[in-house]
Design a protein around this ligand. Structure first.
Ligand SMILES: NC(=O)c1ccc[n+]([C@@H]2O[C@H](COP(=O)([O-])OP(=O)(O)OC[C@H]3O[C@@H](n4cnc5c(N)ncnc54)[C@H](O)[C@@H]3O)[C@@H](O)[C@H]2O)c1
Ligand SMILES: [Zn+2]
Ligand SMILES: [Zn+2]
Length: 366
């Protein structure tokens, strides 16, 4: 099969013939239909993230949908031809985190750096072993071999491009609001960064019936996308101090919730400063390796909360299906988010567009 291989940061992905060992017993082989260009892949491509887990050569890709090609012995509930959304975390169902309803934090199936859920590496170019991404899903390839917990079956009525976005940006952004922060109706919120994840945070705000959804970005086109999916106010941080502007819009108080959907320590700090006393700053964006967020010691008297958010605190079998239903009933605007589709051979152009900030989300269609 063909896969897009990253051999070194800051070099183009190369589409090459590679081999994939699988599915083994208890695994699922999926033909990838569509895969999004997410900034988390780009963090590895541009060297923001390095060290164990991000080593080259690697096949990236972790936001995808597909069609089941084959199931290994012992897999029940999935068969050839099923449409699935892939999850970039595998979960066991019985560890301490899974038992608490937090399968996204499963402690027994993280697999290890650059490996599949079980710690093995199955992708090769000739004799050269390639690293995996996303618990092994490595969806910048024609086929992906995953654990069944990484496959959520969805109705074939759901377009596969929209389905792909649910696999990362939408689950993460909407989940940050509904699952992680649990924003209540009427609450005010701000979203810093309105790329794929931030636009999904905005849409999470709409679903939560937030009173005010303030979008912050440095690019005018992104703020326009944000208005299109439900932002009530926009601030261009290239022209104004976003914290001051948020305070101005909220009578000097600040918002109840602020979300960093960029991944910069300075922006996480802006989120902390933009929330009111008792408010919550949610760090969704993932900063370059080694950054630390400076939090003032007055946090006690302010009683603010700083919360991390991984994968929108996803419970894939429940949340993916709910998100698909929201889309099918017209309450989640995914077609507007797929602003451009790319052929697999144009995957580098999809990431150049991400770096320039052209798209709401670019999707590679296989
Ligand atoms: N927590 C998770 O599980 C999770 C999941 C997916 C992605 N992420 C992370 O979320 C972040 C966003 O991902 P994405 O794919 O939406 O990225 P993206 O590149 O599509 O969007 C980022 C947006 O931030 C804007 N921006 C950049 N600097 C800014 C600044 N100083 N002030 C305001 N806006 C600014 C850009 O114009 C862009 O619109 C990344 O760090 C990614 O790794 C986290
Ligand atoms: Zn992602
Ligand atoms: Zn588990």
């Amino acid at each position: 099969m063909r896969a897009a291989v990253l051999y070194e940061p800051n070099t183009p992905l190369k589409i090459e013939e590679v081999s994939l060992d699988g599915p083994r017993d208890g695994e699922v082989l999926v033909r990838v239909a569509a895969t999004g260009a997410c900034h988390s892949d780009y963090h590895v491509m541009n060297g923001d993230w390095h060290g164990p887990g991000f080593e080259c050569p690697v096949v990236l890709g972790h936001e995808a949908s597909g069609i089941v090609e084959r199931v290994g012995a012992g897999v029940s509930g999935l068969k050839k031809g099923d449409h699935v959304i892939l999850s970039f975390v595998a979960s066991c169902g019985y560890c301490s985190r899974c038992s608490r309803g937090q399968p996204h934090l499963c402690t027994s199936m993280s697999g290890g750096p650059g490996a599949m859920y079980d710690g093995s590496k199955r992708l090769k170019r000739g004799d050269l072993v390639l690293n995996h991404f996303g618990s092994g899903m490595s969806s910048f390839a024609e086929l992906s071999c995953v654990h069944p917990s990484q496959c959520v079956k969805v109705t074939p009525d759901l377009p596969l491009e929209a389905a792909a976005l649910i696999g990362c940006a939408v689950m993460t952004g909407v989940g940050a609001v509904l699952n992680t922060a649990k924003v209540e109706p009427g609450a005010t919120m701000a979203v810093f960064g309105t790329g794929g994840v931030g636009l999904s945070v905005v849409q999470g705000g709409v679903l939560a019936n937030a009173g005010r959804i303030i979008a912050v970005d440095v690019r005018a086109n992104k703020l326009q996308f944000a208005r299109g999916v439900g932002a009530t106010d926009t601030i261009n941080a290239a022209d104004a101090d976003p914290v001051e502007a948020i305070k101005e819009l909220t009578g000097g108080r600040g918002v109840d919730y602020a979300f960093d959907a960029i991944g910069l320590a300075t922006v996480s700090r802006q989120c902390y400063d933009a929330v009111c006393r008792g408010g919550t700053a949610v760090v969704v964006g993932m900063a370059p390796t080694g950054q630390e967020i400076p939090i003032p010691a007055t946090i006690a008297g302010q009683e603010k909360t700083v919360k991390g958010c991984f994968y929108g605190s996803a419970r894939p079998p429940i949340d993916f299906v709910r998100l698909a239903q929201f889309y099918l009933s017209g309450r989640l605007k995914l077609d507007q988010m797929v602003s451009k589709k790319y052929a697999f051979t144009d995957i580098n152009e999809a990431f150049a567009a991400l770096a320039r900030g052209d798209n709401a989300r670019g999707v590679i269609v296989l």
